[in-house]
Design a protein around this ligand. Structure first.
Ligand code: UTP
Length: 478
């Protein structure tokens, strides 16, 4: 939906296209704008594809209806740790292949960090949230330390791509600059900005103004990453560097291994994994039938993620002969994707990555009075793309089982479920288990955390001695 013009057109240049799209009302207040406001508005308006917009609005107007579940079957799950019923993957072979890819510079890490983080309510980009239970490191620092350890091992800096949104791009980049790139090579870190979608009224299809010279917009979802990688030129850059695979993760999971050799090797088909190397995903067994995560399923024969709100309760609760949930494969938003596959799905456009709509309360300017209206009920459609819609488009997408306690600490809320509190506790628990596996008990009352080196060594299968042996009541980074 967004394009990058060479020189910003004026309102007079833009008016015909905007009026043809039936959205002339967004220009109601242009005569009242200052020169600076007008310039910013022109830039925003010229980033919209006005020819495409009416079709998109038509397709996503009307009342919300959950997508029909279709015919659902459990997915094929691959597993390097021998869970009965799964396709066995040889972990050593997969790890060796993954380490080979990392050492040869064929892998880049990719973090999607363009979300608005409304539930968390943190003032700043989510990645700058302190999350380390012992160190107070931020989410970005936790990832950076592991990537530094992986790069030191590989003898060359694996690139780290970060997708931001227009709302948090500057703040995110300034954060990295102000902290000396978190100890990484400046050249290793690459920012790119995702697109936005304008919000519109579901009844009239008219766009809303957030201010007299500002369209109401939202980032176009984590699925916007594919378009943004291409429009920013990052995919071209990756191809020039010889990077073949991206290790994708969200900014709000401090337990994720940013680069995981076993997963990447299996994704590339090593160890007997049933994978074409186009698009792979990690799963954990759902905590219970009502856990609010999407599940992997074969929908009409193709592996997909079904959102929890679209999974009928009787299907969510169905169990097999051993009492295990039939649809237990919860998605934790960790993926591996080949660069070539991402390029091919971008070419397929909306048929590969459709928009999903949400009805939201969007404050807007009343066209008659010019006053700002704070709606009490949802008044607007917001459109987003989801990255997991790429899965059914891929040939033989792999879904790999991993241990929840090692990889999944979602940080969505300040307290309670999936919160800063729970993510800190989960990091401590994982570090305590690691310490126990290295022959040391966790002393009473201490707070533990894995260093980047320990976390990398753990996934890479390399020996690592704890940096510290904690005493009772101490905080320690191992
Ligand atoms: P969430 O779905 O949790 O959304 O994003 P959010 O915006 O961070 O939080 P809420 O829903 O407003 O509370 C999951 C991941 O996808 C990224 C987020 O940054 C997070 O890493 N994301 C989401 C994007 O990069 N862009 C988007 O447009 C949406």
């Amino acid at each position: 939906m967004t394009t990058t013009p060479a020189a910003t057109p004026t309102i007079a240049d833009l008016r015909p296209a905007i009026e043809n799209a039936g959205q002339g009302h967004v220009l109601s207040f242009v005569d009242e704008l200052s020169a600076g406001e007008l310039e910013a508005f022109q830039a925003q308006l010229s980033s919209i594809d006005w020819a495409e917009l009416p079709g998109v609005i038509d397709r996503y107007r009307g009342t919300s209806a959950s997508e029909a579940a279709g015919s659902l079957e459990p997915p094929v799950v691959s597993c390097p740790s021998g869970t009965p019923g799964d396709v066995a993957v040889d972990a050593d072979e997969a790890r060796a292949a993954g380490l080979g890819l990392i050492r040869s510079g064929s892998v880049a890490a990719l973090t999607v960090a363009g979300g608005q983080g409304t539930r968390l309510g943190f003032d700043g980009p989510k990645g700058t949230l302190p999350i380390g239970p012992a160190s107070g490191r931020t989410l970005f620092e936790v990832f950076a330390d592991q990537l530094a350890a992986a790069s030191a091992w590989a003898g060359q800096p694996n690139p780290w791509l970060l997708m931001t949104s227009p709302q948090n791009q500057q703040q995110t980049q300034r954060y990295f600059e102000g902290r000396n790139w978190l100890g990484l090579d400046r050249e290793q870190i690459r920012f790119f900005t995702q697109g936005v979608m304008p919000s519109f009224c579901p009844q009239t299809g008219r766009l809303l103004l957030a201010d007299k010279g500002v369209l109401a917009t939202n980032p176009d979802g984590h699925g916007g990453v594919v378009r943004a990688l291409i429009s920013s030129g990052e995919l071209d850059w990756l191809e020039r560097q010889g990077v073949e695979h991206l290790s994708y993760f969200q900014v709000d999971n401090p337990l994720v291994p940013p680069i995981d050799p076993v997963f990447l090797g299996a994704h590339a088909g090593a160890g007997g994994a049933p994978s074409s190397g186009q698009f792979s995903s990690k799963m954990v067994a759902k905590a219970d039938a009502s856990e609010k995560v999407g599940v992997f399923a074969r929908r009409n024969g193709r592996t997909s993620v079904v959102e929890y709100s679209d999974l009928p309760t009787d299907i969510a609760e169905a169990v097999d002969d051993h009492g295990r949930l039939l649809f237990e494969a919860g998605s934790i938003a960790i993926h591996a994707a080949s660069v070539a596959f991402l390029r091919s799905i971008d070419e397929a456009g909306e048929s590969a990555l459709p928009f999903h709509r949400a009805f939201k309360k969007v404050p807007h300017v009343d066209l008659e009075s010019g006053e700002c209206v704070e709606p009490t009920e949802p008044n607007a459609v917001k459109l987003e793309r989801f990255v997991f819609d790429a899965i059914p488009v891929a040939d033989q997408p792999m879904v790999m089982r991993v241990a929840r306690e090692r990889e999944f600490a979602p940080t969505k809320n300040p307290t309670g479920v999936d919160s800063v509190e729970s993510a800190k506790q989960l990091q401590h628990d994982r570090a305590a288990a690691w310490l126990a596996a290295h022959g040391h008990a966790c002393p009473e009352g201490c707070t533990l955390e894995l260093s980047g080196q320990a976390a990398w060594a753990d996934v890479a299968g390399i020996d690592h001695t704890p940096q510290a042996t904690p005493k009772a009541g101490e905080s320690a980074v191992l």
